[in-house]
Design a protein around this ligand. Structure first.
Ligand code: HEM
Length: 397
């Protein structure tokens, strides 16, 4: 199933999977996993933490003795990130992080984001042509995450590279030892960077997320050391890779559908609804995983404790049982049940944040470059099965 054609356009394969049945065994994901392509099942699994555990990193990293020996530190850190925790630790850490994502904390950033988007757009030569990924979608979300977390912009170059290594590993359906080694080196580099920043903020607290984590540590809600550092690394990684691909995939979809682009120009108040439709149409996160906590039966198949389940979010968002004409992009669609940000206890903590950022970008693009079009008919996709995104999106007006 996973070949170049799938990575360029997975939607026909998803449609076949949904038609053939609600559950499929595949050897292509992490040495074997159950695939769930339908909306109802993806949502049900994500909302059922008692039977489907978020603790799933073990199988990725510990596949054989060499990996187990070499990658123990990766596993030790990564497994502590909130994304991979079950209750009670998940709820405890989520409550700590929630404080950093309150409406007022985010609204404070809007004028800064607006200014930064203007600066980035001022720097492009839209008549000669520019690569939207390189000039806007890649730098902006990383800079905004850095602002939220209190990481100086000058340190960002390393972070983008470290994050890319993590994304390559997480998005590989069969990560090899080299990919895992690179991911480990990058994760540990991120942690050692954050260890330095934490010490600075301990001496001089600010109003950033790292400082708010330190307040929670002082109050006994999060442990110093690996537990705290793992959340910092996860946030930076989870926050910019995904938003980058919302900007890229979203703009690509709109420019492929010029009537929708024009409609958005005439009705800019549709931007928030349009963003949700763009997330449905070409989701930056195509799937997530869970481990079965207890032997169970699903659609007539026996799932064993420890089995991996892949919830195909990208497929769920195109399920005709949920969305009429799911392959049609319609920015006026008012459908609910969007799974692009997940569902249940692990639903994306940064959803409002990335939507706010994307609203600024699309609002400004519509105003400043109404005649925008793509320079290349065939876009270049990164080839990452989990984090779907473009390598480049050359544009001109
Ligand atoms: C368009 C942008 C984004 C998309 C599509 C997205 C998607 C997702 C999805 C699907 C999940 C659930 C994963 C699962 O259940 O296994 C998730 C969780 C998460 N996201 Fe996002 N995300 C986006 C932006 C962000 C941003 C900007 C941040 C941080 C500022 C962020 C931080 C997180 C974190 C920390 C979790 C784990 C939540 C938990 O375990 O309770 N995401 N995201």
């Amino acid at each position: 199933m996973i070949d170049a054609a799938f990575l360029a356009d997975p939607y026909p394969s998803y449609a076949k999977l949904r038609e053939v049945g609600p559950i499929h065994w595949s050897d292509e994901f992490f040495g074997g996993a159950w695939l769930l392509p339908r909306h109802a099942d993806v949502e049900a699994v994500l909302r059922d933490p008692a039977r489907f555990s978020a603790q799933r990193t073990g199988g990725w990293v510990m596949s054989d003795d060499t990996a187990r020996r070499e990658l123990g530190r990766f596993q030790q850190v990564f497994a502590r990130a909130m994304l991979f925790l079950d209750e009670p630790h998940h709820a405890r850490i989520r409550a700590v992080l929630n404080a950093g994502f309150r409406g007022d904390a985010l609204r404070r950033l809007v004028p800064v984001i607006e200014q930064r988007v203007d600066d980035l757009l001022d720097a492009v030569d839209a008549d000669a042509g520019f690569d939207f990924m390189e000039k806007v979608a890649r730098p902006l979300p990383a800079e905004v995450m850095a602002l939220l977390m209190g990481v100086p912009i000058s340190d960002l170059g390393d972070f983008i590279a470290w994050s890319d290594d993590l994304a390559a590993f997480i998005g590989a359906t069969k990560p090899d030892l080299d990919e895992a080694r690179r991911a480990q080196a990058s994760l540990l580099a991120m942690c050692s960077y954050f260890a330095g920043l934490v010490e600075q903020r301990r001496r001089a607290p600010g109003d950033d997320l790292v400082s708010s984590l330190l307040r929670a540590e002082r109050d006994g809600h999060i442990r110093a050391g690996v537990e705290l550092l793992a959340q910092c690394a996860m946030l930076l990684f989870a926050g910019h890779e995904t938003t980058r691909n919302l900007l890229g995939n979203g703009l690509h979809a709109l420019l492929r559908h010029p009537a929708q682009w024009r409609r958005l120009q005439q009705e800019p108040t549709l931007v928030p609804a349009a963003l949700r439709e763009l997330l449905r149409y070409d989701s930056p996160v195509q799937y997530t995983g869970r481990r079965v906590s207890t032997d169970l039966e699903l659609h007539g198949r026996r799932l064993r404790r420890g089995d991996l389940v892949i919830a195909l979010i990208g497929s769920a968002n195109r399920d005709p049982a949920r969305y009429p004409e799911p392959d049609r992009l319609d920015i006026g669609r008012t459908a609910s049940g969007l799974l692009a940000f997940g569902a249940g206890p692990h639903v994306c903590i940064g959803a409002a944040f990335s939507l706010m950022e994307a609203e600024v970008v699309f609002g400004k693009l519509l105003k400043r470059f109404p005649g925008l079009s793509m320079c290349e008919a065939t876009p270049r996709w990164s080839g990452n099965a989990a984090y779907r995104g473009l390598v480049a999106l050359p544009l001109r007006r």
